[in-house]
Ligand binder design. Structure first.
Ligand code: FRU
Length: 311
């Protein structure tokens, strides 16, 4: 009996010892970030979330709640409202459309929750920080590049993103400015809403309507690839050039390497910068109202040299 008691006591002491050693440090402060992604159907958006995830790896104090709005504006509005109700510490939102997402973002901002708007803008200034590349500049560079490549003339098809989103508007107006003064004619334009199948369908109409097309400018690489698929099905893909935007290594840059795209303009996701900014906000440091990311153009001539930075 005595032996048994001694054994149990020793065991107890031993366990206590282990417990004391393993006692967790006083709970570190953790922060909750709510991230509302407008959809995860496109590789670029999957990449944005992956960039956010990678940037948080070194920060166990950050807990990110990801929500996918599945390209549904009303769903995205409710997601922001849910984040407000849950009292998250920071909201990151990559909005589907500017106008409908403006009121919930403003509501969060007015309640004192910092809001980082990523890639597509909202209206007005009731948000904490906008992060994204300059779409007007990208459109302008694309227009100038196209005018130069076509020798100042030719028939062009423009396949536009969602025109209720700011990148669609800016990539269109920048491009139109870039080709100004040239003899380039836009023989067909249509909204493909950023989606490859829609771009393919619109391109079929363009091909049916015009038998002389020298180039397709699409507001993103899935759009340019959809147009190429339509032209290929019609046996006309070698008659024209295709230009897109995004330049993901696994998408646009790969298409440039394969000779499908003549150029792809980079559109960085801003995922890493969003986390850097969130950390600053949580530490009560000041951040700029707008952070503009740089962009490169990739062509067959520059693809192996990491592209060329836009001025
Ligand atoms: C993905 C995407 C990208 C594009 C961005 C613009 O949804 O269409 O291809 O560059 O959104 O906001």
């Amino acid at each position: 009996m005595r032996y048994l008691m001694t054994a149990l006591m020793t065991c107890g002491l031993f366990l206590n010892g282990i417990r004391a050693e393993d006692k967790p440090a006083p709970a570190a402060k953790t922060w909750t970030l709510g991230m509302s992604q407008c959809n995860l159907g496109e590789p670029w958006r999957v990449q944005m979330n992956a960039d956010i995830k990678k940037a948080t790896e070194a920060h166990p104090e950050l807990n990110v709640i990801y929500k996918d709005a599945q390209n549904d504006t009303l769903k995205q509005v409710s997601q922001i409202e849910e984040f407000i109700a849950a009292g998250v510490d920071v909201i990151i939102v990559s909005p589907k459309e500017a106008a409908p997402l403006t009121p919930p973002v403003a509501a969060a901002f007015e309640k004192g929750i910092p809001v980082i708007v990523l890639d597509r803008k909202v209206l007005g200034d009731k948000f904490t920080c906008f992060i994204g590349a300059d779409n007007k500049k990208i459109g302008l560079a694309a227009g100038r590049w196209i005018a130069k490549t076509l020798g100042g003339k030719g028939n062009v098809v423009e396949l536009m993103g969602l025109m209720t989103s700011t990148p669609g508007q800016d990539r269109n107006s920048g491009f139109r400015e870039g080709i100004k003064g040239s003899a380039i004619k836009i023989v067909f334009d249509a909204e493909m809403k950023w989606l490859e199948p829609d771009a393919r369908k619109e391109m079929e109409s363009a091909l049916a309507r015009s038998d002389s097309i020298q180039l397709v400018y699409a507001h993103n690489d899935p759009g340019a690839h959809g147009a190429w698929l339509a032209a290929k099905a019609a046996g006309r893909e070698k008659d024209m050039l295709f230009v897109g935007i995004d330049a993901l290594p696994q998408e646009g840059r790969a298409y440039v390497k394969q000779g499908i795209l003549a150029a792809s303009f980079e559109y960085p996701t801003g995922g890493r910068e969003a986390i850097d900014t969130a950390l600053k906000l949580l530490k009560k440091e000041t951040v700029e109202k707008s952070i503009t990311l740089r962009s490169r153009v990739f062509t067959p001539a520059t693809i192996d040299k990491d592209g060329e930075w836009l001025e």
